[in-house]
Design a binder for this molecule. Structure first.
Ligand SMILES: O=C(O)c1cccc(C(=O)CC[C@H]2O[C@@H](n3cnc4c(=O)[nH]cnc43)[C@H](O)[C@@H]2O)c1
Length: 224
């Protein structure tokens, strides 16, 4: 925790993710659990931003963590593995043009990238690895539409070299944290490969179990 008088806010999309995070944190002890609030704010960047901003306005938090399940990019993060964001990238925020995609950075409207707290991200990845959980650090993309074709997967992987995973809330939570001057992180468990849509192949139970284990392993780093 960056400021030990303040609490940690973990933001998930859905209640199943929130419950997995809470199970993991509570397994490490009540005192630690009392220093972390976990909020299910809804699916997508707008819900995450609104929910995170409302919580930050109400409470006194020193860190925001976007957490949940995610799609993993081929060769970067496999189903059941964890990812820790080095940066959180709004990968589809911009404009199409005949010459290709233009990011908001190129359009001159701010930035589609928010850096995660680098020291925290490194300590998180190390804690997961030390607990025997496979973890990969790199850019985590935020998309408003779940990737469902090999073409889109390839395009996004090319747009953000080194991308390890995609989800739908990180940039929203991180934008709210940035507005409040609070550092942020993103921690996800991979439920599916990014690529041609096959919802039946999503391993949600396995990913939620990995998220629970990761939350237990991460609790000390988040609160110290
Ligand atoms: O049906 C269930 O039991 C269930 C339990 C937990 C979570 C879910 C979700 O559908 C969560 C949606 C959430 O997952 C993220 N996600 C997962 N894979 C991807 C992906 O390939 N691309 C983008 N986002 C992904 C995302 O953050 C959604 O909010 C269901």
């Amino acid at each position: 925790m960056i400021n030990d008088t303040k609490k940690v806010l973990i933001v998930t999309a859905v209640e199943a993710e929130r419950d997995a995070v809470l199970r993991g944190i509570r397994s490490t002890g009540q005192e630690r659990a009392g220093r972390i609030d976990v909020l299910a704010a809804g699916v997508g960047p707008a819900a995450a931003a609104a929910g995170t901003a409302a919580a930050l306005a109400r409470g006194s938090y020193g860190l925001v963590v976007s957490a949940g399940i995610a799609g993993g990019y081929a060769g970067r993060a496999a189903v059941g593995e964890l990812v820790v964001a080095s940066e959180i990238v709004a990968a589809d925020l911009g404009a199409e043009s005949p010459e290709g995609f233009l990011s908001v950075d190129e359009l001159g409207f701010g930035s589609a990238r928010i850096a995660a707290d680098a020291s925290l991200a490194a300590r998180l990845a190390a804690a997961l690895t030390a607990a025997g959980l496979p973890a990969h650090a790199g850019p985590v993309l935020t998309v408003s539409t779940v990737t469902g074709t090999a073409e889109t997967a390839a395009r996004l992987a090319q747009r953000v070299p080194g991308a390890v995973a995609e989800a739908m809330e990180g940039f929203g939570a991180a934008s709210a944290a940035k507005q409040f001057g609070v550092p942020c992180a993103e921690l996800r468990a991979v439920s599916n490969p990014v690529g041609p849509r096959d919802r039946g192949a999503w391993r949600i139970k396995e990913a939620l179990a990995a998220l629970e284990a990761a939350s237990a392993a991460a609790a000390e780093v988040l609160t110290s």
